[in-house]
Design a protein around this ligand. Sequence first.
Ligand code: PBG
Length: 326
Amino acid sequence: MIPSDFFRGRRLRSSLAMRELVRENAVTANDLIMPYFVVETDDDSFKKEISSMPGQYQLSLKQLKIKVGEAVADGLKACILFGIPAEKDDVGSGAYDDKGIVQKAIRLLKDTWPELVVIADTCLCEYTSHGHCGLVKNEYVQNDPTLNLLAKAAVAQARAGADMVAPSDMMDGRVAAIRAALDEEGFINTPIMSYAVKYASAFYGPFREAAESAPQFGDRKTYQMDPPNVREAMREAVADLEEGADILMVKPGQPYLDIVRMVRDTFDTPVAVYQVSGEYSMIKAAAQNDWIDEMGVVMESLAGFKRAGADLILTYFTEDVLKVLK
Ligand code: PBG
């Protein structure tokens, strides 16, 4: 005689409709933020695939507009922009030039799609000749002298029409500096999505090809967080909240789901997670070998972010996921 009082989990898994009825988490188009790389070039036809990120491109302004247009037609709600300037210098001038490439891209996108949420990544590394996220002296990335430049970059982005700025540099005090500068210029309603908990990760490798932002010497370990640390993540998050961050981001994503959960449980702000370039490239590479089902793995990885408590997800798979959701 088989006892009949055990848990019969299979009852609610009997069909797709039944499973969907009891599904606990869902990814929607509202949650997704697509990163784009825009290049300063006179060649309107410039569209270069990033070799370590198949399916992702460096785009001229014109090509960006075409790409975003297709994504908007598929339901794109938000994007984040990274710029690749024609000239780099040791103070990252392109980051805070009103005619800088990202500022131009923001104006173009906001003129064309006023409802699209256009977020600007605020950092110097794509604009500096040495590839570091701050001002360098004797091969040391200086904290306080960098703050003013980050604040200028955020103001230039807001002036161009950015709906939100997202500082990713990991200098101490930058959220406070950016908030003060934005307020002073009248941008009191421009939110800050802080890369609050950003680890010094090997998973950023492909991005540095995409953004041409690899450090020319050393690494980013003196300013980005040490991967084994948990308690320190809380200190970073608290600091950024106190300085005025509106949204807290955890980055990378999949290897740091414990941190996403902890930030979600500890704070009441929206929490964002960044599925970074290396996470994208690994899935792509395995899929190109027919080792995994690409969209199956993608949807499962995004479900993992939702389960861990993320509200917003930055992912290079956004355009593909929008097609699935449609
Ligand atoms: C700029 C920045 C980086 C990423 C986002 N903003 C690179 C870095 O810190 O080296 C990484 C994104 C990705 O890997 O997809 N500071």
